[in-house]
Ligand binder design. Structure first.
Ligand code: SER
Length: 634
């Protein structure tokens, strides 16, 4: 048993003993959440329950959630940043609060994993008068008492920027100890929820590298949030209790707990190993990459390349296993960036690009004990990777030549040129930036924003993504996406009625503007079929059918005729949504027209939706079609 598996299992067993229901990880691409491309924290699928909706498994839930953070792509290369990780999470939906939560985490780290308490430091929120939120002395005092019970005294320090000062509990402001999906309170949209948090850090001991010295010279003395490498954040308890309103922060109807701890980081602390790439989560990959080259990971000049390849290949495999394909848009574009960046780094380590596919089974080996389905996907993932590699290798050398030519003519990489390099040779921006750095070119100011503008100007789809991600209000967006979510069920039912029951949903994605739906079917739809499907859906909308929700054991739900996208993904107790004349009836056709395992939310009755039209339909993979539906403009 690997230590990775051991810690994950230990956490889930421990939380289960504290009456938490263990739920499966949501997929890396969130279903029906237009606000984000990837699951980047464990709490994302839990939002409705913080607001008071009943979770089908009760008020205490825990999991190990697969996460991907695209924002961290460029951070990868040091000893701790990774794009894919698992987050151990536990939640209280209006049940236990601060004291219990801090006690659980203390006991998990100190009693269950037996981590040395002398190596643990914590941070708490220093309060904010403008927000009307006090300094979190309650949390600090609970920590103090717990540590004193194992003979460790925890001095509280209110000014961490002055250094450690023999302290072990530090108060920080909202930049460090406030959590919301959009960061600090000022950046939160109206309607968003957040709260103060308390973080746990592991101490790897004083760092004496040149880099660490430089950081201390420029940024001041070491403290627990310092970047020198001494301290690693391993867990974060968010006291999710406020909602931002026009009138400021209002307490939610219930006080919630949202704990998230990076599994790979807890593993690093458990092994007292400051380099996560040397833990069981990555080491087999690094070893395999070493076997492709004469260069060594231990040589500091190479570490960065080994780490980028290992991280990006792992993340790419996990994304592909959740249904992402390389493409020029959205999640597919991010996957393409990862793959191309990894392929480019291979050259720095004198490795042939086509060798990287051998890392696929190594990633799968690391995770297969917890995600057994991965094994069945190995061949498919390897094929996609090989196809992408072939495509890229053809343009890489041409692109590099073009880069040389450009560098000899001008000394600056502009957004325009970077976009041209992408358009003609498939160079993602990071790659051009890296090449520019190697060649010592200047880089245009704000190149990232300008590059994105170029890219958006060339793609209507990404334009709409940008609009809905940054501009429209959360409330409007939610209303539209709830409607589209219900249309997803109607569309699924209509496709099955017209094309046959072998049609199965393969994915969906909703923005405020449209709904995208992937399904299994071997050929293009005819005009007549599309018309029939549209008429069925609009007929159901017009009939103003009721949408009803029931909670029941999974086996019972399946027996009642409910369909499920990935049966294993659902917990034992599930919600089903039925739509029809008599949605709670059990006879297909007369009573309900759609019944699916689903976590909602949905409109209450179909009349709220308004007429829809089907837009383009195309193939996305062998045997998989993609269709778009949107509200008919009035
Ligand atoms: N949401 C918090 C985080 O991502 C804790 O789960 O850090």
């Amino acid at each position: 048993m690997s230590d990775l598996f051991f810690i994950r299992q230990k956490y889930l067993t421990y939380l289960s003993s504290l009456n938490h229901k263990i739920v499966p990880s949501a997929p890396l691409v969130p279903e029906n959440d237009p606000t984000t491309l990837f699951s980047s924290s464990g709490m994302q699928s839990m939002i409705p329950y913080f607001f008071g909706e009943a979770h089908p498994e009760g008020k205490r839930v825990a999991d190990s959630q697969k996460c991907f953070r695209a924002d961290d792509i460029e951070e990868v290369g040091d000893n701790r940043h990774t794009t894919f990780f698992e987050m151990l999470g536990n939640w209280s939906f209006g049940d236990y609060f601060k004291k219990e939560q801090i006690t659980f985490i203390f006991n998990f780290l100190i009693k269950e994993l037996k981590i040395d308490p002398n190596k643990i430091y914590v941070s708490c929120f220093s309060g904010n008068k403008d927000l009307g939120i006090d300094r979190d002395d309650v949390a600090a005092n609970v920590w103090q008492e717990l540590f004193s019970s194992v003979g460790v005294s925890m001095k509280i320090v209110a000014n961490p920027e002055e250094g450690l000062q023999d302290g072990r509990i530090f108060f920080y402001g909202e930049k460090k100890n406030w959590w919301s999906r959009s960061g600090i309170p000022a950046n939160m949209p109206i309607g968003e929820l957040g709260g103060p948090d308390s973080e746990v850090f592991y101490d790897f001991g004083e760092q004496t590298s040149d880099l660490a010295k430089k950081i201390h010279e420029t940024e001041g003395p070491c403290h627990i949030n310092c970047d020198c490498g001494r301290f690693l954040e391993i867990g974060n308890s968010v006291f999710m209790q406020y909602q931002k309103t026009n009138a400021g922060f209002e307490p939610l109807a219930q006080a919630n707990i949202d704990f998230g701890g990076g599994l790979e980081r807890i593993l690093a602390a458990y092994q007292n190993q400051p380099d996560v790439f040397k833990t069981a989560a990555f080491w087999p990959l690094i070893e395999k990459i070493q076997s492709f080259t004469n260069l060594s990971y231990e040589d500091d000049a190479n570490k960065k390349y080994f780490r980028i390849i290992a991280d990006h290949m792992k993340a790419a495999v996990m994304l592909m296993s959740d249904g992402v394909f390389p493409s020029s848009k959205e999640q597919g574009y991010v996957l393409r960036r990862l793959l191309r960046r990894a392929l480019r780094q291979a050259a720095y380590l004198e490795i042939k690009q086509e060798t990287l596919v051998e890392l696929v089974p190594v990633v799968i080996d690391i995770y297969t004990d917890f995600y057994p389905k991965l094994k069945d996907q190995e061949e498919k993932i390897s094929q996609i990777l090989q196809a992408e590699q072939l495509k890229f290798s053809r343009s890489l050398s041409k692109g590099l030549k073009e880069f040389e030519r450009m560098a000899s003519q001008q000394n600056e990489l502009t957004a325009y040129l970077a976009f041209k390099l992408y358009e003609s040779f498939g160079f993602p921006l990071e790659l051009s930036l890296e090449e520019a750095q190697v060649k010592g070119l200047k880089i245009e100011k704000n190149i990232k924003e300008l590059y994105l503008e170029q890219k958006q100007a060339h793609s209507n789809d990404s334009k709409s993504v940008l609009k809905n991600k940054f501009k429209s209000g959360l409330a409007d967006q939610e209303e539209m996406s709830v409607k589209y979510h219900s249309v997803t069920h109607l569309l699924h039912a209509a496709l099955r009625q017209v094309l046959g029951e072998s049609v199965e949903q393969r994915g969906s994605n909703i923005t405020a503007e449209r709904l995208r739906f992937d399904f299994s079917y071997p050929k293009a739809l005819t005009i007549e079929e599309k018309e029939q499907i549209t008429n069925l859906i609009n007929g159901w909308i017009k009939a103003d059918f009721q949408v009803s929700k029931q909670t029941m054991p999974k086996s019972e739900a399946l027996k009642s005729g409910a369909i499920a996208l990935f049966v294993d993904k659902y917990p034992d107790i599930v919600n089903i949504y039925s739509i029809g004349k008599n949605p709670n009836g059990d006879k297909r056709g007369e009573d309900f027209i759609s019944r699916e395992l689903c976590s909602g939310p949905h409109v209450e009755h179909t009349g709220l939706i308004g007429e829809i039209v089907l837009a383009k339909e195309k193939a996305v993979a062998d045997g998989i079609r993609r269709i778009y539906a949107l509200q008919k403009s009035s």
